[in-house]
Design a protein around this ligand. Structure first.
Ligand SMILES: [Zn+2]
Length: 374
């Protein structure tokens, strides 16, 4: 990973690069960012920059032996520790090093992914992953050796919140008295769950969530998503890049995702989200707004006929059909008709150039009310 591969966050990159250039690399740093943020990507890019043999003003060179090895996650002085659990492959006392091949493959596509994706990837089934005390002892053994070829030994520890008490205590000792030229990069998604003793021994690097513009950029530039759809996904993913990438691969149409989530928030009477949705709808083109409402009308028609499947009137499949069926189960005939009238009315007012913001907000509140009514 290189800094140039991470969209945006220039201020953080600047700070990290400046520390290396000034020779002020703190020995224990805590990269904290929510799920789907660049915290792990940033730690990887930083580890590369620290050990690059020909570092440039704004990034590692990408050409030297160190860059190439770190990029393939095979550098002997860059160590990884991450949560693991027993699997079919390693059924007893699993350690990170048992899963390094999987880790390398995983990070190629999942550097923004949450723990659950990693657990699925190595098939821990329902076993709770953690970082064991034995793992901490193995860290200490590895780091007490001299560096093989780099100036700095780097340990990237993903999700220190999953250290248990005894493993955290073992690790604390080495954090307090680190071997020379050793850098600990802890990457956390939940610092509230971290022991304060660990927090107090690390320098906090806060990685803010990606903003909509940055997510849009990644989707358009790297994932080949069409600009308008990218804007919708950016909004829906709420700063979580992994979620955005996942949504971009979903083969359902945009109106479906928007309508489905809109209805879910109406059901939950989640007014904060409904106001946010209203604002998003208001920013769409008039054509887009109308097409969303028409789609909603169509879904309601389908939901109304889906109990009478024999008639084979249902033209939906996949995720849309599942939604229509679920929808028809929770709505009585009368409620479905009221919803239908609300959407029809919204269309009518939109065509007469009413304020989209007011129309969508009124409609949301009316729908929430209909759903709640008995
Ligand atoms: Zn290099």
């Amino acid at each position: 990973m290189f800094f140039r591969e991470i969209t945006g966050l220039e201020d953080i990159k600047h700070t990290l690069i400046g520390a290396v250039q000034k020779g002020q690399i703190a020995h224990a740093q805590l990269f904290f960012g929510n799920e789907g943020s660049a915290s792990l990507a940033m730690a990887l890019a930083y580890a590369t920059y620290i050990n690059c043999e020909n570092e440039q003003e704004d990034d590692a060179c990408g050409q030297c032996a160190a860059c190439r090895k770190i990029n393939k996650l095979i550098h002997p002085d860059v160590h990884f520790v991450f949560p693991v659990a027993a699997t079919k492959k390693v059924s007893k006392d699993p350690l990170s090093e048992n899963f390094l091949p999987e880790w390398r493959t995983f990070l190629k596509d999942h550097v923004y992914a949450p723990l659950s994706d990693w657990c699925n990837f190595i098939a821990t089934e329902n076993r709770q992953p953690n970082i064991s005390a034995e793992e901490s002892r193995s860290i200490i053994r590895k780091l007490s050796l001299k560096a093989y070829e780099a100036e700095y030994k780097v340990l990237i520890l993903w999700l220190p919140e999953l250290l248990n008490n005894s493993s955290a205590n073992a690790l604390l000792k080495i954090l307090e008295e680190p071997p020379p030229k050793t850098v600990f990069l802890l990457v956390s998604q939940n610092i509230d769950k971290l022991l304060t003793t660990i927090l107090s021994r690390t320098q906090l690097i806060k990685i803010r969530a990606f903003n909509n513009q940055e997510i849009w950029q990644v989707l358009v530039d790297n994932a080949g998503v069409e600009a308008k759809r990218a804007a919708q996904i950016a909004y829906l993913s709420d700063g979580n890049l992994q979620e955005a990438l996942r949504l971009s691969k979903e083969a359902v149409n945009d109106n479906h995702v928007l309508f489905r989530d809109w209805m879910r928030f109406c059901f939950k009477a989640n007014f904060t989200e409904l106001v946010a949705y209203t604002e998003m709808f208001a920013k769409m083109s008039k054509e887009g707004q109308k097409s969303l409402l028409l789609y909603g009308l169509e879904m309601l028609r389908e939901a109304l006929v889906s109990p009478y499947k024999e008639a084979r009137l249902v033209r939906l499949e996949g995720e849309e059909l599942t939604f229509a069926e679920g929808f028809s189960k929770v709505l009585t005939q009368a409620k479905a008709e009221s919803l239908y009238n609300q959407l029809n009315e919204a269309c009518f007012h939109l065509e007469r150039n009413g304020s989209a913001k007011i129309i969508f907000l009124d409609t949301s509140l009316a729908i929430a009310g209909i759903i709640k009514s008995v």
